[in-house]
Design a protein around this ligand. Structure first.
Ligand code: C2E
Ligand code: CA
Ligand code: CA
Ligand code: CA
Length: 274
C-alpha cells in the first residue's frame, strides 16, 4: 500500500512536471517568436452576401515554428492568454493588420480590417490608447477597423465593457461580437452594448438546425440595427441559405481560406465570385 501510494504521488508529480514544462517551453518559444519574426498574420476575406464582392478581411495570427511548421492559434493563444503574452502578441497583430489595411487603403481599395481582441488585452488600462496609436501610426481610416470581441470577454464585466466600447467607438472604429450564441449569451447585451456587427459562429451555420438558428439570430440582430456576418460557409448550399436569411456578410472556405496578404490583393475583377 505504501509502495503504490508513493508511486501514485510520483506519477502525479511527473504528470504535472511534463505539462507545466511543456507550457514553459511553449511560452519561452512564443516569446522568442515575437522578436524573431516567426509570427505572421493571415487574412481571410469577408464578402458581401448578395454580391459576393469583398468587403474586408479578418486578421488571424499564425506561428511559423522552425520545427513544427505553421502552428494554428488554437494551439498557442490559450497559453498566451494564461501567461499574459497575448497582450504584446495582440498589440503586434493589431499594428500589423492596421499597416496592411492602410497599405490597401492607399491603393484605393477601402476594405475593412477585423482584428480579434482577447480578454487580457481588453482589460489593459491603456487598451484604448493602444488602438489609437495603431491607427495613428498606420494612418488607417478608423472607419475601416473592426475589433472582434467574444461574448465571454464582454460578460466578465458588462458595465465596464460598455464604457470601454463607447470609448473605442469614439475613435471612429466599429465593434463586432464574435462567436455569437456559443457562450452564455445574454440578449440584454444586444440592447445595452454599443456594438455594430454580430458574427454567427460556424457551429450554427453548419449545424443541424442551421436555418432556424441563423434565421433567429439575423432577425434579432437586424431588429437592433446590427449587421450580421455568417462564419464557416463551406458549401454553396450554406451560402444560399445565409443569403436567403438576409445575412449581410459571409466568411468561409467556400470563398477563401486565410492567406498571406500578397496572395489576396489586389483583388481581381469579379473576385471571388469567379
Ligand atoms: P475566430 O475568431 O472565430 O476565427 C475564425 C476561425 O474559423 C479561423 O480559425 C478561421 O480560419 C476559421 N474558418 C474560417 N472559415 C472557415 C470555414 O469555412 N470552415 C472552417 N472549418 N473554419 C473556418 P483560426 O485562424 O485557426 O483561428 C482560431 C481562433 O483563434 C479564432 O477564432 C480566434 O478566436 C483566435 N485567434 C486567431 N487570431 C487571433 C489573434 O490575432 N488574437 C486573438 N486574441 N485571437 C486570435
Ligand atoms: Ca474572430
Ligand atoms: Ca468567430
Ligand atoms: Ca470561433
Amino acid at each position: 500500500a505504501k509502495q503504490s501510494g508513493r508511486n501514485r504521488v510520483r506519477t502525479y508529480e511527473a504528470g504535472m512536471d511534463s505539462e507545466s514544462a511543456q507550457r514553459l517551453i511553449l511560452d519561452r518559444d512564443l516569446r522568442a517568436a515575437l522578436t524573431t519574426g516567426e509570427l505572421l498574420v493571415h487574412y481571410q476575406p469577408v464578402v458581401e452576401a448578395v454580391s459576393g464582392q469583398p468587403q474586408g478581411f479578418e486578421a488571424l495570427v499564425r506561428w511559423a515554428h522552425p520545427q513544427q511548421g505553421l502552428v494554428s492559434p488554437g494551439k498557442f493563444i490559450p497559453v498566451a492568454e494564461d501567461t499574459g503574452l497575448i497582450v504584446p502578441i495582440g498589440t503586434w497583430v493589431l499594428g500589423e493588420a492596421c499597416r496592411q489595411a492602410a497599405a490597401w487603403q492607399g491603393r484605393g481599395q477601402a476594405l475593412t480590417m477585423s482584428v480579434n481582441v482577447s480578454a487580457r488585452q481588453f482589460e489593459q488600462p491603456d487598451f484604448v490608447a493602444i488602438v489609437r496609436d495603431a491607427l495613428a501610426e498606420s494612418g488607417l481610416d478608423p472607419r475601416l477597423l473592426i475589433l472582434e470581441l467574444t461574448e465571454r470577454v464582454v460578460l466578465r464585466n458588462p458595465e465596464a465593457a460598455a464604457v470601454l466600447l463607447h470609448d473605442l467607438r469614439a475613435l471612429g472604429i466599429r465593434i463586432a461580437l464574435d462567436d455569437f450564441g456559443t457562450g452564455y449569451s445574454s440578449l440584454g447585451l444586444l440592447k445595452t452594448l454599443p456594438i455594430d456587427v454580430l458574427k454567427i459562429d460556424r457551429s450554427f451555420v453548419q449545424g443541424d438546425s442551421a436555418e432556424v438558428m441563423v434565421g433567429a439570430i439575423v432577425s434579432l440582430a437586424h431588429a437592433f440595427g446590427l449587421k450580421v456576418i455568417a462564419e464557416g460557409v463551406e458549401t454553396s448550399e450554406q451560402l444560399a441559405m445565409v443569403q436567403a436569411l438576409h445575412c449581410d456578410g459571409v466568411q468561409g472556405y467556400l470563398f477563401a481560406r486565410p492567406a498571406p496578404a500578397h496572395e489576396l490583393m489586389p483583388v481581381r475583377p469579379g473576385w471571388p465570385v469567379s
